[in-house]
Design a protein around this ligand. Structure first.
Ligand code: HEC
Length: 105
């Protein structure tokens, strides 16, 4: 292989590794954000380690949160309170919380 192709190959591998490390860091960052939100906003009602939510997929956790958020007739005050909390956070926040819960065992 010519020197030039080796250089190009090296750059491609470096770029690939760079992107892989970046996205892993981004994922950890989101979980850290989610953890902060969860501890502050959710743990009081759902405990530190909510048995029914641990390790569930991010999508299904977000769907469940959305479902509670969109209930037109919340069955009790607790659910109403949870709705108020969800009203105040962004879709991105909800997803970060889901990423955090998904990573818990
Ligand atoms: C004031 C208490 C309260 C707060 C605060 C609260 N929740 Fe809830 N949450 C409830 C209650 C009550 C239910 C309905 C009963 C149940 O499924 O446990 C519920 C249901 C849920 C469900 C659906 C569970 C299922 O299996 O369908 C999810 C997911 C959830 N909460 C996540 C959260 C997250 C994330 C937060 C923080 C942003 C939060 N909750 C804050 C009380 C609360």
């Amino acid at each position: 292989m010519s020197q030039k192709w080796k250089q190009i190959g090296g750059c491609a591998i470096a770029a690939f590794l760079f992107v892989a490390v970046q996205s892993e860091a981004a994922q950890e960052d989101r979980a850290a954000q989610g953890r902060k939100l969860y501890d502050n906003l959710c743990a009081a009602c759902h405990t530190d380690k909510p048995a029914g939510m641990l390790g569930q997929s991010v999508d299904s956790l977000v769907v469940k949160m959305e479902k509670v958020k969109n209930l037109t007739q919340p069955p009790n005050e607790k659910v109403e309170e949870m709705q108020a909390v969800l009203e105040d956070i962004s879709a991105q926040d909800m997803e970060n919380i889901a990423v955090y819960l998904n990573g818990l065992k």
